[in-house]
Ligand binder design. Structure first.
Ligand code: NAP
Length: 320
C-alpha cells in the first residue's frame, strides 16, 4: 500500500511517501481503508520527536473510512461498515485499528466531516464538560481561537452559556472565531492580552483559560485566570511549557490541568459516552465543522508546513 513513513525524525521532509506492507486485521482489530485522514498538531510532535516514537513509523492519529477486514474475534463490526477512529498509523491507505478506538459513523455524516471532528471535537468537549465544566455566566479564554481545536472550543463554550474571549494573530482569524461563537477577540499581534482580559472581566480574570499554544502563552494564561479559576494547558504548538514550581498556583488558588484525550476514552463505556455526546451535538446541528484544506496524502509535508506556519484555520485533512 501507499503510506507516509518517518525513518528519521525531523522537519516536514521527514514525511516520505512510500510503498509499505499492507497490514492485516489482527485479533481485536479491524482494517480500515482510509477515505479521510485528520491532520493534528500531535502528528508534528511525533514527526519531530517531541513525543518519541520508535522508527520507522507511519504517523497519523485519526481517520475515517470503510472496514475491509475484521480480526478473528471481532463481533461489533463487519466488512463495509463506515467508521472513524482515533489512534495511530492513519497516514496510509489502510490502517489496522483496535475496536476500542473505532466507532460507526451515521449515514448522513461524510468521512471528511467525521475525520475533521473526531479527535479535536473529543478534545474540546471533554475539556469543557470535565476539565472545567463550563457554565452559564462564566468567562472562558480560548487561545488560538481560530485553530482546529480552538474553533470547536469557542462553539462549545458559547453553547454552554459562557462569554468566550478568543486570542488570534490576525484579522481573518478574528472574523472566523467570532462567527464560531467567540464574543470578544483579542488580536495579540497588536493588543495586550492580559490587559484586555482584565478590561472585559471587570478586573476579575477568567473562570477558565484553555491554552493549546503552550510555552509562549503560559505566563499570559496564568495572569488571565481569576482567583479560584482553572488553567488547562493542553498542547505545545509554540513549544513545551517549561517546568514550573507548583507554588505559583497558590497566589490565586488556581487549578492547573494537563489533559490528554486518550485518558478520557480508555474504556468502551467512556468512549461510547463521549463519542455519543459529540455526534449528538452534530446531529442537533450545534456544531459547524470548518475544513481549511484537503491535501493529497503524498503532500502531507505541505500540510505540516502549513499548520506549523500558523496560517491555517480549522481542520486540515489528507486524502488518497
Ligand atoms: N491534549 C490533547 O489530548 C490534545 C488533543 C488535540 C490537540 N491538542 C493540542 O491542541 C493544540 C491545537 O491543535 P490544532 O491541531 O487544533 O492546531 P491549531 O490550533 O489549528 O494550530 C495551532 C495554532 O496555534 C497558534 N500558535 C501560536 N503560537 C504558535 C507557534 N509558535 N507555532 C505554531 N502555532 C502557534 C496559531 O494560532 P494564532 O496564529 O491565532 O495564534 C496556530 O494556528 C495543539 O497544541 C495540540 O497539540 C491536544
Amino acid at each position: 500500500m501507499k503510506a507516509i513513513v518517518v525513518d528519521k525524525t525531523g522537519g516536514p521532509e521527514a514525511l516520505q511517501f512510500k510503498d509499505s506492507p499492507k497490514p492485516k486485521a489482527e485479533a481485536g482489530q479491524i482494517l480500515v481503508k482510509n477515505h479521510a485522514i485528520g491532520v493534528n498538531y500531535i502528528d508534528t510532535y511525533h514527526r519531530k520527536g517531541i513525543y518519541p516514537m520508535p522508527t520507522p513509523f507511519i504517523p497519523g492519529a485519526e481517520g475515517a473510512g470503510e472496514v475491509v477486514e475484521v480480526g478473528p474475534d471481532v463481533t461489533d463490526f463487519k466488512v463495509g461498515d463506515r467508521v472513524a477512529y482515533t489512534g495511530s498509523k492513519s497516514y496510509a491507505e489502510f490502517t489496522p485499528v483496535p475496536v476500542l478506538s473505532a466507532g460507526k459513523i451515521p449515514d448522513n455524516v461524510s468521512y471528511s466531516d467525521a475525520s475533521a471532528l473526531l479527535l479535536q471535537g473529543l478534545t474540546a468537549w471533554t475539556m469543557v464538560r470535565d476539565g472545567y465544566p463550563v457554565k452559564k455566566g462564566d468567562y472562558v479564554l480560548v487561545h488560538a481561537a481560530a485553530g482546529g481545536v480552538g474553533l470547536l472550543l469557542c462553539q462549545m463554550a458559547n453553547l454552554l452559556g459562557a462569554t468566550v474571549i478568543g486570542t488570534v494573530s490576525n484579522d481573518e482569524k478574528a472574523k472566523l472565531a467570532k462567527q464560531n461563537g467567540a464574543h470578544h477577540i483579542i488580536n495579540y499581534s497588536h493588543e495586550d492580552t492580559v490587559a484586555r482580559v482584565q478590561e472585559l472581566t471587570n478586573g476579575q480574570g477568567c473562570h477558565a483559560v484553555l491554552d493549546g499554544v503552550g510555552a509562549s502563552t503560559f505566563e499570559t494564561s496564568l495572569k488571565s485566570v481569576r482567583r479560584l479559576g482553572t488553567l488547562i494547558s493542553f498542547g505545545n504548538a509554540s513549544g513545551v511549557v517549561p517546568p514550573i514550581s507548583i507554588a505559583i498556583l497558590g497566589e490565586k488558588s488556581i487549578k492547573l490541568m494537563r489533559p490528554r484525550l486518550y485518558a478520557y476514552i480508555a474504556t468502551k463505556e467512556e468512549k461510547d459516552k463521549w463519542w455519543g455526546e459529540l455526534f449528538q451535538l452534530l446531529a442537533d446541528k450545534k456544531l459547524n465543522i470548518q475544513i481549511y484544506k484537503t491535501y493529497k496524502l503524498e503532500d502531507a509535508k505541505t500540510a505540516h508546513t502549513d499548520i506549523e506556519s500558523r496560517k491555517t484555520v480549522g481542520k486540515l485533512l489528507l486524502e488518497l
